[in-house]
Design a protein around this ligand. Structure first.
Ligand SMILES: *Cc1c(COP(=O)(O)O)cnc(C)c1O
Length: 306
């Protein structure tokens, strides 16, 4: 289970296609880790699933929304490694939309059972009483928190960087809960600056990161969140499509698209030191594009090409 011989390559982005600069940018194709458990979700699940096996638990239960990369990844990993999976999904109305929702229909095909709950109930997701209630319904399970962040997830994310990455000046990642960034910070060198691009308003994820590492060679910025989680506009879509055309690399609109938009803007503005070598982590997330394109169509916005 979970191969240790992963050979994830860094690809050079032809920045001269975008603007004049003496900085160089590479992207680590973690999106290529696994066809269905992509990017950082693979890293975050690895030690959790090994722990669940160790404990003799064969049921995984986790939480997520209707387009969640995490739900998709847990469902696929469960299928591959012989766990039953239960997805507690935010929004009761979705029970009627499983087949028309790309993420949920994929998870269902992998064998995931759903438990749809209201938004109010969903807010109790970390409370013991609520978890006990779920245990009464589903029996003993291994709980993977929403977004998948815990110390075992951070441990997995420490394996993203390798020896070869030690001479980059900047390491960049999209940030949701901050678990992935915590792993990168832990395995970074003290001369390296880790930049986190928040996918939502706020930089509160540093409180989560502090739980896992005392290191401070990082900065989280939310200047490129485009108004909030999963919010996107025509400018971001144009950027993602232009990036795909120039590099042949697909980006998702919730995380990696916003990060790359931010990195290129910071380089272009001169906010990144001259002659810097930058490594961006492609954390995956491409499964969410189908669902996003359905929403964009309804809003008469252009489609994302991938
Ligand atoms: C979940 C996800 C993230 C956020 O990871 P955190 O560890 O929660 O910060 C970033 N990128 C992609 C593509 C994701 O699916």
């Amino acid at each position: 289970m979970f191969s240790n011989k992963l050979d994830i390559k860094n690809y050079k982005i032809p920045l001269e296609e975008f603007f004049d600069t003496n900085c160089s940018l590479f992207i680590k194709r973690e999106d290529k880790l696994h066809p269905d458990v992509s990017g950082n979700k693979y890293r975050k699940l690895k030690y959790n699933l090994l722990e669940a096996k160790e404990l003799g638990t064969n049921i995984l239960l986790t939480f997520g929304g209707a387009f969640s990369n995490h739900i998709s990844a847990v469902a696929a990993a469960g299928k591959e490694f012989n766990f039953k999976t239960i997805g507690v999904i935010r929004g009761e109305e979705l029970i009627h939309k499983i087949e028309s929702n790309a993420t949920l229909s994929f998870a269902k095909k992998c064998g995931m059972k759903f438990h749809f709950i209201s938004r109010e109930e969903y807010r109790q997701k970390t409370e013991d009483e609520f978890i006990d209630k779920l245990k009464n319904i589903f029996g003993d399970f291994y709980l993977v928190p929403e977004g998948g962040t815990n110390s075992l997830a951070v441990k997995g994310c420490e394996e993203i960087l390798t020896e070869k990455d030690k001479d980059f000046d900047y390491l960049c990642s999209a940030v949701g809960t901050g678990g992935t960034l915590a792993g990168l910070i832990k395995s970074s060198q003290s001369h390296q600056t880790v930049l986190g691009f928040s996918a939502l308003k706020g930089t509160f994820q540093s409180l989560e990161i502090e739980k896992y590492t005392p290191k401070t060679n990082y900065k989280i910025i939310d200047d490129y969140c485009f108004g909030g989680y999963a919010k996107i506009d025509a400018q971001l879509i144009r950027f993602i499509n232009n990036f795909k055309e120039k590099t042949d690399i697909s980006l998702d609109p919730v995380y990696t698209g916003k990060m790359l938009f931010g990195i290129l803007d910071l380089i272009d503005k001169g906010s990144i030191k001259q002659n810097s070598r930058i490594l961006a982590i492609h954390t995956g997330g491409l499964q969410g594009i189908t669902g996003m394109n359905q929403l964009l169509k309804k809003k008469n916005l252009p489609q994302i090409i991938y």
